[in-house]
Design a protein around this ligand. Structure first.
Ligand code: SF4
Length: 437
């Protein structure tokens, strides 16, 4: 068995190490080892799976700045004695960069939980701040915000994003608070956009749209390709009541701007609460007649400080019944894997509707989401209160291999499903605004 190590080559931000080892006996195992961000290009001594992992960990540790700390686009110098890149006949950096996104590799064990769910979707909350005060999202008196220094910086967000994308995350959604209140939002989206070459496919945002119309052209130019917008009423006065702020007209302009700029599907999230907006459900369906939007009715969920009350809860079945009475032709559409919404459409209407039935018919079995809070905690379940601080790990300069172990352990602790409406209402959890939805 030959043992030739031809040296590591950086590929992610043109400076990540590639370890060359193909074992003649255990070739498949060895190929599995470098997994995310690493490409097998040559030969190395026969490594058992574990030995190979250690070898990779050691290189990752050595080049840690490359993939977890350095700002997007920053390149680490490659030392010649360890990186005989010049010996290569082709521009390995470039070809590895091009190939890594399509490399047929097994899904990351770190992002796979004990129920076999593979997590490819990361929701990153950028801020705890918001320019609205929605009743279901935060207590009227507000929430105590984390000190500024506790919030993830631009570089930390991009470093963690790069790490997650290298492991297999292919969709990132920016949430909040209101993500558009964050001044570096364009820089963040631009940095995420550069991760497409590592396999990132979608960059989305969930916004209240108060400033969307004005900012969308720049956001789109930076790489934003998906928009979810929150809107719980079509009545301006009620908007002010629910959000405790003005802004209805601006939100409408935001919707029109998104449609004008070609966002499709343009998703609008509507949390349905009895006594608040359940009388508008059919008006929302009517809204899809001429506008190519996807209205998603979300069942009201218990969160810290949102004055949860079972009497306010309107189930999916009840909503469906109401809609059927006015739109008897309502047709069920097929859902895609990992869809959280059950899709329907009134024939002939431009848009469609859907139901997010988190309480009455949860979809935990196909959950592929992880969440990163604005203060840097990894939250593996929206309704679970277990969290682990990746911010602290980053700031303690934890080697990337160990950081992945921390992430992997948290993912492995993810429960099969949430605890049910009654138990959740008694459970401690962050207010929605501090989770990011
Ligand atoms: S409750 Fe947790 S496991 Fe279930 S879908 Fe939501 S985040 Fe996923």
């Amino acid at each position: 068995m030959s043992a030739v190590r031809q040296g590591p080559v950086c590929i992610a931000n043109t400076a990540l190490p590639v370890i060359r080892h193909v074992c003649h006996v255990h070739s498949q195992s060895a190929l599995n080892v470098p997994a995310r961000g690493f490409r097998v290009l040559g030969e190395r001594s026969c490594l058992s799976f574990q030995d190979a992992r250690l070898a990779v960990a050691s290189y990752k540790s050595k080049f840690r700045k490359c993939s977890t700390v350095a700002p997007a686009g920053a390149a680490l110098p490659i030392r010649q004695e360890e990186n005989p890149v010049s010996d290569l006949k082709v521009d390995v950096r470039q070809s590895a960069k091009e190939k890594v996104a399509t490399f047929d590799r097994p899904f990351s064990d770190f992002l796979t939980d004990t129920f076999g769910r593979q997590h490819r979707y990361l929701r990153i909350s950028l801020t705890e701040r918001c320019n609205l005060r929605c009743q279901y999202c935060m207590p009227e008196e507000g929430v105590s915000l984390s000190p500024r220094q506790n919030i993830l910086t631009t570089e930390e967000i991009l470093s963690l994003s790069r790490l997650f994308v290298a492991e297999g995350i292919n969709k990132i959604r920016l949430t909040g608070g209101e993500p558009l209140v964050r001044k570096d939002i364009i820089t963040i989206i631009d940095g995420l956009n550069r991760l497409r070459e590592l396999g990132l496919k979608h960059i989305g945002i969930t916004t209240n749209a108060v400033t969307l119309a004005r900012r969308l052209p720049d956001l789109q130019a930076a790489g934003l390709d998906q928009i979810n917008l929150s809107l719980d009423t079509l009545v301006p006065a009620k908007f002010e009541f629910i959000t405790r702020r003005r802004g209805f007209d601006k939100v409408m302009k935001g919707i029109d701007k998104a449609l004008e700029l070609g966002y499709d599907p343009m998703k609008i999230n509507c949390v349905v609460m009895r006594g608040m907006n359940e009388d508008e459900i059919c008006d929302f369906v009517d809204f899809t007649k001429d506008k190519k939007v996807d209205i998603r009715f979300i069942e009201y969920m218990p969160f810290g400080g949102n004055r949860w009350n079972t009497k306010k809860f309107v189930s999916y079945q009840e909503m469906l019944h109401m809609i059927h009475e006015r739109f008897p032709d309502l047709t069920r559409l097929s859902d895609r894997p990992n869809d959280t919404s059950k899709a329907y459409k009134v024939p002939g209407f431009a848009g469609q509707i859907g139901f997010i039935t988190s309480m009455s018919e949860h979809f935990c079995g196909t959950c592929n989401r992880l969440r990163l809070t604005a203060d840097g905690n990894l939250k593996v379940c929206l309704h679970g209160n277990a969290e682990v601080s990746l911010r602290d790990a980053l700031r303690e300069n934890m080697p990337e291999a160990e950081l992945l172990d921390v992430i992997g352990a948290a993912v492995k602790r993810k429960k099969k499903q949430h605890a049910g409406m009654t138990n959740l209402s008694q459970m401690e959890n962050r207010p929605m605004i501090l989770i990011g939805g």
